[in-house]
Structures are given as C-alpha cells and as structure tokens.
Design a protein around this ligand. Structure first.
Ligand code: SAM
Length: 344
C-alpha cells in the first residue's frame, strides 16, 4: 500500500463560520465520481466520468481534509461515487485517523453501497471508523438488481455482516421510492432494527438527469410516516448524528428511524456541512450551483495560506439553504450535477 506523508499543521487558524452564524463542523468528501452501481435515481445508465488525471491525489485530499480539520471540522464523511472503489483509498483513512488520535477530529466515517465491505471492513475499523452508513433500498434481490442496475444484494449483505463483525455500528440509508420500495419500508425497518441498525429514509432529490421523471420516483416522507404510524408507535427523539436526519424511536421494534426530508421539511437552518468533490471543488450547499475551486490554491503553494483564504471566501458565500421542487410542472432537475458528483 502507498504511504501518504502528512503535511504538518501550521499554527492555529480561526473556525469557519458562515454569514448566518453557522459553524462549519462537518465536511463530506467525494473521493471519486465513479461507482460500481448505477442506481436509477442517482445516475443514468451511461455516465461520463471525470478523466482520472483531473482527480486530486490521495495526498492532496489528505491535505485538504486536514486544512478543514485545522479550521474546526470535527466530522469527516468519505463518500462518492462509491468511495471504496477508489484505488488505495484505505491509505487516506489511515492517514486521516491521526486526527482522531490527536482529538481534533471526533468522527471519521463513510457512506458506502456496501459492495466492498467484506474486503475492507476490518481495516477501516482499525483506522477508527466506528459508524458507517450503508445505502440499501430493498431486501428483494430482483428489485435490488432493478434499482441498482449492476448491484448484487448477496455481496452487500455479506458486507454488512463483515462490518458488524468488525464492530462497526451501521445506519442503513434507504431512498423512499414511489412504487418501488414503498410497501417494503416496514419490512426493511424491522430487518434493520432486528440487527441493531438504525434506518434512515431519504426523499429523492432532483439532482442530475437520470433519464426518468423525478415525480414518478418521489415519495414524500410525510406520507410514509403517516402510514407507518398506523402500525407502529413513533415517538420523536432528540437523537442527532450531526447530519440532517430527524429521528423517532419505534416502540414495537425498539429501534431508531430517521427521516431526511429535503423536500417536505427543509432542514437548512441548522446546516453545518460543506461538500468537497474529488477535483477539489467545494459546494457550500448540496442544492445550489455556487461552488469554489480549492484545487488551484492547494496546488499553488506548499503552505496553506492561499487555501485558507479561499476557504474563508467560499464559506462567506454559503447560502441560507436550498429550494428543491418536484412536481409535474417542473420537469428539469434542480441541478445539472448528479449526487455521485457532489457526494451523498
Ligand atoms: N456509493 C455510496 C452509497 O451508495 O452510499 C455513496 C454515494 S451515494 C451518492 C450516497 C447516497 O446518496 C446514497 O444513499 C444514495 O441512495 C443517495 N442518493 C443518490 N442520488 C440521490 C437522489 N437523487 N436523491 C436522494 N438521495 C440520493
């Protein structure tokens, strides 16, 4: 495995605070736009990916993440595309784990489709990755194949086993999809809770052209919650993981169920997140076009002065929030870029 040689931190720099007084404490980093699945709501079947030379190296990603950590970021989520398909990605986890050891970082985590976890779970755990999100929308192998186009449910389930054996806590993320997994949500929840895993449901967002009508995929979680309430006792709880999910406890299963509702209930007021792409573009909001290039200042000098100035400038432009719409009249995606580009 290749080594990443960390650049030492240079003095203390002030925290990142946006114009609305929100502290930026959470960075999501998409380490590749490539994926071994082609989920129907995420990508079109024939995607054009970035040329590999455009990507930041793992050393550069380490340096950028570390710069954010030195500015007060306490939670790092590595995502993609599928992060575990990037070559040598574990070297990045290994080198970033030094910030866990120093106490500067509270959490180093991952969002994955689970396909590579049998290979990597143990090592990830040894680098301090304690809780991960695994995306899984259905437990029906035929539906799974149809939804992911290229995925194999058996591999993902084996990956979940491996992660649990390695001692990691898992949250299952499922996009609620009209007509597809709508009727399966109670079964998915009982399965997840039965294995000691939280389940978070996500509303589909109008990101990128996926060759399908969003309105046909979109299932408001207000409806899902109302339907679940007919069978289960759902009690609002204060539990938070630093992200946008709002949780309930489910009396009958004893588990936690999260709702991520970018459409029916905008959660931007408490947004503490920014997103970095694998080319060093920083998106201050998942749902807006505005972005800042951090690759040029990163590459321009060995010191972080230019980079810190570019980070400050970017955060000063963080918008109040997003405004997604999915209805029959709005046929264009809200944004041209796919979720796999910005990172989920
Ligand atoms: N490959 C990894 C995975 O599957 O988790 C990480 C990247 S994936 C883009 C991150 C999350 O975004 C997944 O849970 C996926 O289901 C979700 N996602 C993708 N496109 C979405 C969309 N248009 N609306 C809502 N969630 C979406």
């Amino acid at each position: 495995m290749n080594e990443i040689r960390p650049i030492p931190a240079s003095g203390t720099t002030p925290a990142l605070v946006d114009p609305f007084g929100r502290h930026i404490s959470y960075l999501r980093v998409s380490v590749t736009d490539r994926c071994d699945f082609r989920c129907v709501y995420c990508m079109s079947e024939h995607m054009t990916f970035l040329p590999k030379p455009d990507l930041l190296t793992l050393e550069e990603l380490d340096r950028l993440c570390s710069a954010f950590v030195s500015r007060g970021v306490e939670k790092l989520r590595i995502t993609g595309g599928e992060p575990l398909v990037r070559r040598d990605i574990l070297t990045l986890f290994r080198s970033l784990s030094r910030h866990l050891d120093s106490g500067a970082l509270k959490e180093l985590t991952l969002t994955t489709n689970g396909s590579q976890l049998t290979r990597f779970a143990k090592e990830l755990s040894s680098y301090g990755v304690k809780r991960i999100n695994v995306s899984l929308d259905t437990l029906d192998p035929i539906k799974f194949k149809a939804l992911t186009r290229w995925g194999d449910l058996t591999k993902v389930l084996a990956g979940i086993d491996a992660a649990q054996e390695a001692g990691m806590q898992i949250k299952i993320n499922a996009v609620a999809l009209r007509g597809d997994n709508e009727d399966e949500i109670p079964a998915l929840m009982e399965w997840a809770h039965g294995r000691g895993m939280d389940l978070a449901l996500i509303e589909v967002m109008p990101l990128g052209d996926v060759g399908a009508e969003r309105v046909d995929q979109y299932l408001p979680l207000s409806l899902v919650r109302a339907k679940l309430s007919e069978r289960y006792t759902l009690d609002d709880i204060d539990y938070r993981t630093g992200g946008p999910a709002r949780y309930v406890s489910v009396k009958e299963t004893g588990g936690r169920l999260g709702f991520i509702t970018p459409l029916t209930h905008n959660f931007c007021e408490g947004c503490n997140r920014v997103r970095l792409t694998c080319t060093g573009t920083l998106y201050m909001c998942l749902g807006q076009e505005d972005a800042a290039d951090l690759r040029a200042p990163l590459r321009a000098a060995a010191s972080n002065d230019l980079l810190n100035a570019a980070m400050d400038e970017a955060i000063s432009r963080k918008p109040r929030g997003h405004d997604f719409v999915i209805d029959r009249r709005t046929r264009q995606p809200a944004l041209g870029r796919h979720m796999s580009h910005t990172g989920g």
